[in-house]
Write a protein that binds this ligand. Structure first.
Ligand SMILES: [Zn+2]
Length: 320
């Protein structure tokens, strides 16, 4: 079977019946993510299963024409780039699944606001603007599962892998028979080898750097022992034994820590934790906030505060 050409989509075969889908140009930074299409195969699934392919409605419709009907859609977590367009898959007949508790963000923007504790720094109106620019629309219904559960669709088994450093119920997928590990948003975001993205992202209260380190070890173990291919939400397909994703993610976290440590060393000493964080935030260590305006500036300020706080905590723990 040759693959169809669809404008603005990059469709890559991972295995004979499993495709990796990437939307090339997106409306905004947080409106889309890459995912997998599990095409029908005799003796396996009779209808297409979709794993976290959050792309714009017109592209979903184009995929549906080629590969529909679709039985099930599985979402990996509730961040904006994973929830915006899922409603289109639902309208086309897919049953939507998501991890508890983050699947609630699919159903109402208010849940998105509460889930990530935005109220501690950002008004709801800001989140409404953020959702609008990313073209968020809600779903009607979603079926919960717990991170770690095995999902079974017509005999096709998907093991969900809890990777909770990134988010409260963020999961990857292990397709054991097909030997594919999808690590979702764990933090491998190189557009191509040698080009850096932001790396692991931990800009909410519930994210954790030490949990991240454990998650990277866990993902590496599963990949090394049981997978041929590694896919993710914002990068290219990696083949075993390539260790690039794991080296990259560990390096990025280490570099972030160094950045904060160097900036801390250059501050006038103060025992006050909050003051330290405030001073570091003025330095724009992670995001060019000084150049930003309006709601987007508020959002990045909120994220950077968390990222910096986590690294200062780590730095203080080590200095005792
Ligand atoms: Zn995410």
């Amino acid at each position: 079977m040759s693959l169809p050409k669809i404008e603005n989509l990059q469709i890559t075969r991972v295995t004979e019946n499993i495709l990796h889908i990437h939307q090339i140009k997106t409306p905004f930074y947080f409106s889309c993510c890459d995912g997998l299409l599990i095409l029908p195969k005799e003796g396996r699934n009779g209808l297409t299963i979709v794993l976290d392919v959050n792309i714009e409605p017109r592209h979903i419709n184009a995929l549906y024409e080629q590969f529909g009907p679709v039985s099930s859609y599985v979402c990996t977590h509730g961040h904006m780039d994973h929830i915006t367009h899922v409603h289109t898959w639902e309208d086309l007949g897919a049953k939507i699944y998501g991890p508890e508790p983050e699947l609630r963000t699919l159903l109402d923007l208010r849940h998105f606001y509460k889930m990530y504790r935005w109220e501690e720094g950002v008004d709801y109106a800001i989140i409404e603007e953020f959702a609008k620019i990313n073209k968020y629309e809600k779903c009607k219904k979603a079926v919960p599962f717990n991170p770690g559960d095995k999902l079974n669709f017509e005999g096709f088994e998907i093991e969900t892998i809890p990777l909770l450093g990134h988010s409260v119920s963020h999961v990857g997928f292990f397709l054991q028979k097909e030997k594919i590990l999808h690590i979702s948003c764990l933090g491998f975001d190189q557009p191509k080898p040698g080009i850096d993205g932001f790396g692991p992202w931990y800009g909410f209260k519930q994210c954790s750097i030490s949990q991240y380190m454990d998650d990277i070890d866990k993902a590496e173990f599963i990949f090394r022992e049981g997978a041929k291919y590694l896919t993710s939400s914002h990068s290219y397909i990696v083949k075993n034994p390539d260790k690039a994703p794991f080296k990259y993610m560990r390096r990025k976290i280490k570099e972030n820590q160094q950045k904060v440590d160097i900036a801390l060393a250059n501050l006038k000493p103060t025992p006050n934790f909050e003051k330290k964080v405030e001073k570091l935030l003025k330095k724009d260590l992670f995001f060019p906030k000084k150049k930003m305006r309006g709601f987007i500036k508020k959002i990045y300020e909120f994220w950077e505060r968390e990222i910096v706080t986590k690294h200062v905590q780590k730095s203080e723990m080590l200095s005792y």
